[in-house]
Design a protein around this ligand. Structure first.
Ligand code: KG4
Ligand code: ZN
Length: 371
């Protein structure tokens, strides 16, 4: 069964065709990053206009003349004006092809990315065989720990109470004048710092550097707080404080640090972001380990743009190995927003009533497990 997926929840206009939930036949992503760069963040109005402009071409390219059995689309969470473009395109396409429409939750779809393949199903673990799983969605908008007892069932067990991890990276980079999006730049500069680099102008050279095995924050590096919410905080909304995080204090700590000790050169800036990154990564690794201890999990599934981070990948691998749980990470091209994850998860989401989703509206604040 070939499902065509459409994703327009934020600043990527994407369309893909996936066979039987896993085999990616086509995958087209038009990223608007250059359009938002001058503003240092995503501007909703600019994003929705660009989606309108690009969606037809992106869909046409992904369809590539192949047969389509259903259309899937992200209906939340995300920017309302961006979601609307994809949803309406998907409704029109489903009607004209006379195939069912399937609404997909963007965060749940990020947790499908480790199961996407570039060819026919190989021996790698299937979604069903990987349950029960602990899911971790780490992106620009979300940092959420999700209990998945069976494939297709999601229950939030922890989350950030304020900024998402990606947002924390982006805000720090903005503060230090490193550009947008901040995650990839901070990852590169931190690689440079841990390798003793003195030149931070060659992005490709920094990116090629491996993190050393024994990364440890020591003098003269600043210590940033590992945002642990206080138990009983109302914002926890019933969740366990040990499974939740807070990244807004970290950003404030960086701001004060920079005010008191403005970095004198690139090397000092790199030292700051390396320490800052360790605080974020350490927090995520700690909560993940705690969450893994709470259940009898068969796998740790991680998705989202921040899962591209080299230090996060390494720390999560340590945590998973320590707990004896396989770590399932997506291929780098499926970490950021894409439509293959939408088309893939839709295969597990299809329902006999078919076109019920034609009545679906966008849900900008949709939560995992919510319908
Ligand atoms: O999943 P994604 O593409 O979009 C959302 O759904 O939000 O995630 C984008 C986020 C941005 O905040 C970006 O800075 C972050 O992912 N990111 C990274 C890295 N690459 C992208 N964060 C840390 N390290 C990276 N290498
Ligand atoms: Zn995303």
């Amino acid at each position: 069964m070939n499902i065509l997926g459409i994703e327009t929840s934020c600043d990527e206009t994407a369309c893909a065709v996936v066979k039987d939930g896993r085999e990616v036949l086509t995958n087209v992503v038009y990223t608007q990053i250059p359009l938002h760069q001058p503003y240092g963040g995503v501007v909703p109005e600019v994003a929705s206009r660009a989606h309108v402009e690009k969606i037809t071409g992106v869909v046409r390219e992904a369809m590539d003349g192949g047969s389509i059995d259903a259309v899937a689309v992200t209906y939340g969470p995300g920017l309302a004006s961006s979601l609307l473009v994809g949803l309406n395109a998907a409704k029109g396409l489903a009607l004209s092809l006379d195939v069912p429409l399937i609404g997909v939750n963007h965060i749940e779809a990020h947790l499908h990315t480790p199961f996407l393949l570039d060819g026919p199903a190989d021996g790698s673990p299937s979604p069903e065989a990987s349950m029960p799983a602990l899911g971790l969605a780490v992106s620009g908008g979300h940092t959420t720990w999700i209990d998945m007892p069976r494939y297709g069932e999601y229950r939030i067990v922890g989350q950030t109470l304020d900024d998402a991890a990606g947002e924390a990276f982006d805000k720090a980079a903005k503060l230090l004048g490193l550009g947008y999006p901040g995650g990839p730049v901070i990852d590169r500069w931190a690689r440079g710092w841990w390798n003793g680099a003195s030149d931070f102008s060659d992005s490709a050279a920094l990116k090629a550097m491996e993190y050393p095995a024994n990364v440890s924050v020591r003098d003269p590096m600043p210590r940033f707080p590992k945002g642990r919410p206080r138990a009983g905080t109302a914002a926890l909304a019933g969740l366990d404080a040990d499974l939740c995080a807070s990244f807004s204090g970290l950003k404030t700590a960086l701001l004060y640090h920079v005010k008191r000790n403005p970095p004198r050169d690139d090397r000092e800036k790199a030292m700051l972001v390396a320490a800052y990154q360790e605080a974020i990564v350490g927090t995520i690794a700690d909560r993940t380990e705690t969450a893994l201890r709470r259940g009898a999990y068969r796998s740790l599934i991680v998705g989202g743009g921040v899962s591209l981070n080299g230090r996060l990948r390494a720390r999560l691998a340590e945590v998973a190995a320590g707990m004896g749980v396989p770590l399932l990470l997506a291929a780098p091209k499926y970490c950021g927003d894409n439509a293959a994850m939408i088309a893939g998860l839709a295969f597990y989401r299809r329902s006999p009533e078919g076109d019920a989703a034609l009545r679906v509206d966008v849900q900008p604040t949709l939560q995992p497990g919510e319908r």
